[in-house]
Design a protein around this ligand. Structure first.
Ligand SMILES: Cc1cc2nc3c(=O)[nH]c(=O)nc-3n(C[C@H](O)[C@H](O)[C@H](O)COP(=O)(O)O)c2cc1C
Length: 420
């Protein structure tokens, strides 16, 4: 056979395509899981931006552990149950959502993409899930409502020492169709975010020599920001310095359960308390009028070296009883994590970083891609676990961790032999 014939035969077997520069749409489509989206986000944003989203407090032990704790929970699937059309919808606070997944409040979202909270609210509306607008948002309460009038909007409040300023935010949220108020309570003071301090993160961003070159290596991000102007806190006008100083000025270290009674009088709709990890605090929050408790360690951005919410949700469920609404976040990066949280006793989950990676990777379509991945993975997990509805996940499919840190399995354990 001649060389030419061999080349012809070979080329008929392979489909050669001219390499095309990946568009945002194709890159998002190619992303198979949240890890892929995170990698895309890392490549597309300057480091100080990626670090702000990806990082946590102090040595970031809680950030890492939140995911290790999920991995330590194992499933025992139930079989021979019809799961052809699983129903992923969830009942929460008097409303039904298409998915049991919401988008958590995140401050300075406009750093990730200039469309910031507006893009996130539109993506949430497209998937019929709630999105919480942070006190520290870079789009105002009013602008988010106008950008996504059909969205299920919640407003996240930091109750400030100056109560009049908080009251102003509460009234604006009430007047613009926000259906729940989320009071964050794990922020007596700011967590020590070392990556941000080292990167000199400030608002508006101040470019140092290193951050200037880093930004120049990400022309897409830089051009978008030149066109739209530097992000700022949109819900109030106050002079800002370093992020830690700014964040500290938002918090009231004297906040106590008595303040919940006051807040309960100001806000007639759903009141959710976010940042609870102890069963007694969850019970007390309900006693003071909370409609739901949000079990969270702030994604490892406040107190470091905490327990993970997935470790304590079952205990909190036992403490508050079967009917009190419990939300969980921190460390959710896949549909398996969603299924584990629901199986352990949460009614609903939220993601923070996962959707921000999507926003950094590709604006609103990036957030939608993340919701699609999480929804597909949750559906797949439910089917493989024998659950036709999310309540069917509580049929003994979840096993509490045998050993939290996989590295700590004894050397002769089955697991180590299998992975060796
Ligand atoms: C960049 C960033 C900013 C955040 N800002 C706020 C905020 O303003 N208010 C708040 O209550 N929580 C805030 N959080 C915490 C999230 O609401 C959520 O609890 C956390 O991200 C969940 O963990 P996960 O990122 O592992 O999903 C922020 C989280 C991130 C990643």
């Amino acid at each position: 056979m001649s060389l030419r014939t061999r080349i012809r035969d070979f080329s008929s077997l392979v489909q050669l395509q001219a390499p095309a520069l990946p568009t945002t749409a194709s890159a998002l489509h190619a992303a198979r899981d949240i890890g892929d989206v995170r990698e895309l986000a890392r490549r597309r944003t300057p480091r100080f931006v990626f670090d702000y989203v990806d990082g946590g407090s102090f040595r970031e032990e809680s950030v890492a552990y939140n995911q290790t704790a999920f991995a330590g929970h194992r499933f025992a699937p139930r079989v021979l149950r019809p799961v052809g059309q699983p129903d992923l919808s969830a009942e929460l606070l008097g409303g039904r959502t298409k998915l049991p997944i919401g988008l958590a409040p995140t401050g300075l979202t406009g750093l990730s993409h200039p469309e910031g909270e507006k893009a996130v609210a539109r993506a949430a509306a497209a998937f019929g899930v709630p999105f919480s607008v942070s006190t520290m948002a870079t789009s105002s309460i009013e602008d988010v409502a106008a950008a996504a009038p059909d969205s299920r909007r919640w407003f996240q409040l930091y109750l400030r020492t100056d109560r009049a300023k908080s009251l102003d935010l509460i009234r604006r949220a009430l007047n613009h169709g926000y259906e729940s108020l989320v009071l964050t309570v794990d922020t007596a003071v700011a967590g020590r975010r070392l990556r941000d301090d080292r990167n000199g993160l400030a608002l508006p961003p101040k470019l140092r020599v290193d951050t200037f070159f880093d930004t120049a290596r990400h022309p897409g991000w830089a051009l978008r920001f030149l066109a739209n102007g530097a992000p700022k806190l949109a819900n109030f006008s106050e002079s800002t310095n370093s992020i830690s100083e700014l964040v500290s000025s938002m918090f009231d270290p004297q906040l106590s359960f008595d303040d919940l009674d006051w807040l309960r009088e100001q806000w007639p709709k759903n009141l959710i308390i976010k940042g609870v990890l102890h069963p007694d605090d969850a019970r007390t929050a309900f006693d003071h009028g909370a409609d739901a408790v949000w079990v969270s360690n702030h994604g490892g951005r406040q107190m470091d070296r905490t327990v993970a919410p997935i470790d304590v949700i079952a205990e909190i469920r036992a403490a508050v009883g079967p009917h009190r609404p419990l939300i969980l976040d921190s460390g959710i990066r896949s549909g398996l994590d969603v299924a584990a949280a629901l199986a352990a006793g949460a009614d609903f989950v939220h993601v923070g970083r996962a959707f921000l990676y999507g926003l950094m990777a590709g604006g609103q379509p990036g957030v939608e891609r993340v919701l699609q991945i999480l929804s597909d993975e949750t559906r797949n997990a439910m089917q493989l676990l024998g659950a036709a509805t999310i309540t069917d996940l509580r049929q003994g499919q979840l096993h509490a961790p045998l050993c939290m840190n996989l590295d700590q399995y004894p050397e002769d354990s089955v697991l180590n032999k299998r992975t060796a």
